[in-house]
Design a protein around this ligand. Sequence first.
Ligand code: MBD
Ligand code: FE
Length: 302
Amino acid sequence: MNRQAIDALLGKINASATSEGNPRTKTIVNRIVQDLFYTIEDLDVTPDEFWTALNYLAEAGQSGELGLLAAGLGFEHFLDVRLDEAEAKAGIEGGTPRTIEGPLYVAGAPLSEGHARLDNGNEPGGTLVMRGRVTGEDGKPLAGALVEVWHANHLGNYSYFDKSQPAFNLRRSIRADANGNYSFRSVVPVGYSVPPQGKTQQLLDQLGRHGHRPAHIHFFVSAPGHRKLTTQINIDGDPYLWDDFAFATRDGLVPAVKKAEGAEGKPYGVEGNFSLIDFDFTLLKDRANLPSAEVERIRAEA
Ligand code: MBD
Ligand code: FE
């Protein structure tokens, strides 16, 4: 088919719309349909291929892997880069780099004041202490900032999604103290891999790609009058550090992991050797005319 014939068909489809409905939805859907028609024509996509793709998406949805797919195909990182650009265009500099939320946050984690222990005492893995300060762009502490933290266990699995773990294992909300300081004790996480028998891995196989993430710790950091920060830090030295299937590793988010021992662990109830990460979060203040940094998406809640 030539472009004119395709465009005539698209015109007919679009002309079937009344003035009802949502103009923004119309614009976006019409554009996606147009792009897909062109793709089908240009690549001579067969009916079998089209229905294979549709059935794939249906099954990926049924298995709850669409969020995973969005991360793996780079959409979630792309949205981050576009938010970065919007901020840069508004002349905003600084602030801790954002990076993707991923599909494994669970709302409702227990709240601690200042310090939290994320594991219940018999968690396999090396002891980790992470600590730092939440400040604004001016470097002044944000007293009472909320640090939500979640990460995987020694097998790369997340509580709630992995029913073998206790409720909210390795998930907490921490209220920073009057000086903006937070700290937590946990175990060093291991990198996540997509379910090997799942729909995401099935597509990654077709694309000649792996489904591994380097070890990382997720954060939401929020404070009144400031843009919510969604980010992660990576554990330095992981073989997948710069080969993340979700493209989320960024400069500025790979803090040093220090070896610590003895009296250094005392404030956190740690005896013996442990890994220590110092990491400060800098939040940007709220500004008008910027796309929201707070994303609405379906999230688990326990
Ligand atoms: C994860 O732990 C994660 O952070 C992302 C982005 C995707 C899948 C699993
Ligand atoms: Fe993760």
